[in-house]
Write a protein that binds this ligand. Structure first.
Ligand SMILES: NC(=O)c1ccc[n+]([C@@H]2O[C@H](COP(=O)([O-])OP(=O)(O)OC[C@H]3O[C@@H](n4cnc5c(N)ncnc54)[C@H](O)[C@@H]3O)[C@@H](O)[C@H]2O)c1
Length: 392
């Protein structure tokens, strides 16, 4: 299968490429890949673990090997020899120039950028270029994954985002103030029959216009925002209090991280969508809103080693108050990368089975599952297994 990463030189995308290439060479075990669990036996018929990778990028970097090496030097997140084993394949991956339209100050701070809008193109021309790149790469077995930096909240307009006609009018009229990079990439994928997975909290395909397009073109899509770390633990643990009829009074989540993701999220406009995505889950589990603090702070020396401290205050029998604490200390790209491969595989599986529109049953993979209020990891997992087994 082919995976087109938006944000191809990021640490999540490059780590996924390296892992995918090593697995393909039978050089590595598959720990961390949900789709390799026995529940999903048969998925390889539809989405085998053989890959070609491509993508869009906005940072000026020579190729995916150079990008991987930069991430490796900052993080040393796996054995260096693994990188060298796939060096030639990575060197062949040269991302195409993308758009950073309305991606906020956080993205501008990433360094020297090369974007389509700096060529003074209008929206129709930007879309045409993105589409041309994708078409040159794609075949029937291609999926687009958005793993680019988090954008600020979309300047939502019912007129331009509420219907496909309106969306296409936005492009025609060059109303750039209503566009954002993620919705343009998603548009191009869905328009060309390519399943789309949004690993970020950016809008992506989650606007009515693009949901309409997905139905019209009969393409599956899923999102938003990969559930990989603190929110994964939170939504796995939170139901426990509900099962035992314990009342959660307050939940504090304090996240610190470095690296490029942390740098982008240190800009308040880029951070806003991430905080909303992490914050909504408790209300969905409990049906009431405990007092909640969700903080994400940039901590440069940690690089990709994200650390989260959670403190839960809860009430039990006889009104007695008690406390629970946990610390999640993980390498972000290592927990995230295999999920992007899983998402791509399940989306391709859906396409082959003729299932299209929002794949709600893939909510297990996301912090803010589209069109679903189920954020309970346990029941999400059961839903995914049931969905797969019924279709397989
Ligand atoms: N555990 C995790 O790591 C995790 C979990 C959930 C979501 N995410 C999200 O996944 C995304 C990627 O995370 P990362 O750690 O790899 O970040 P990263 O900064 O290493 O990678 C992002 C890449 O996207 C590129 N980019 C930015 N805007 C772009 C655009 N408009 N078009 C094309 N490329 C663009 C950047 O130059 C960079 O190379 C982030 O949005 C992050 O919030 C990560």
């Amino acid at each position: 299968m082919k995976i087109w990463y938006v944000g191809a030189y990021g640490i999540v995308s490059t780590t996924a490429m390296i892992g995918g290439m090593l697995i393909q060479k039978n050089d590595f075990h598959r720990t961390g890949l949900v789709s390799e669990l026995p529940y999903f036996e048969g998925i390889e018929k539809h989405a085998p673990l053989r890959f070609e990778f491509g993508g869009h990028e906005i940072r000026k970097v020579e190729n995916a090997y150079v990008a991987s090496l930069q991430h490796w030097e900052a993080n040393r997140h796996f054995e260096r020899e693994l990188l060298e084993k796939v060096r030639e394949e990575l060197e062949r991956i040269k991302a195409r120039k993308g758009t950073a339209l309305n991606c906020g100050g956080g993205v501008q701070a990433l360094g020297e950028l090369e974007t389509l809008e700096s060529e003074n193109l209008n929206l129709a021309e930007i879309v045409e270029r993105l589409e041309r790149d994708l078409r040159e790469f794609a075949d029937e077995d291609t999926v687009m994954i958005n793993s680019a930096s988090t954008e600020p909240l979309l300047n939502y307009s019912r007129e331009y985002h509420g219907s496909l006609d309106g969306f296409e009018r936005m492009i025609e009229e060059d109303r750039k103030e209503y566009a954002s990079a993620s919705i343009l990439y998603a548009y191009v994928a869905l328009k060309n029959g390519i399943p789309y997975g949004n690993f970020t909290p950016s809008a992506g395909s989650a606007i009515p216009a693009l949901k309409e397009l997905a139905i019209e073109k009969k393409v599956p899509h899923a999102g938003n925002d990969g559930k990989t770390g603190e929110t994964l633990v939170k939504t796995t643990l939170a139901p426990m209090f509900a099962y035992r009829n314990l009342k959660v009074l307050g939940w504090m989540s304090y996240n610190i991280l470095g690296d490029l993701d942390g740098l982008v999220l240190s800009h308040s406009e880029n951070k806003e969508s991430k905080v909303i995505s992490k914050d909504k889950v408790l209300e969905k589990v409990y049906g009431y809103s405990p007092f909640s603090i969700t903080q994400i702070e940039y901590f440069p020396s940690l690089v990709d080693n994200k650390t989260a401290f959670d403190f839960i205050h809860f009430e039990g029998f006889l009104g007695t108050k008690m406390k629970f604490y946990f610390i999640w200390d993980a390498i972000d790209a290592i927990v995230a990368a295999p999920l992007t491969i899983d998402i791509a595989r399940f989306l391709l599986f859906a396409k082959k089975k003729g299932v299209y529109g929002v794949i709600k049953e893939m909510g297990f993979f996301f912090k803010s599952p589209m069109e679903s209020d189920n954020v309970n990891t346990h029941s999400q997992f059961e839903e995914l297994v049931r969905w797969f087994q019924e279709l397989a």
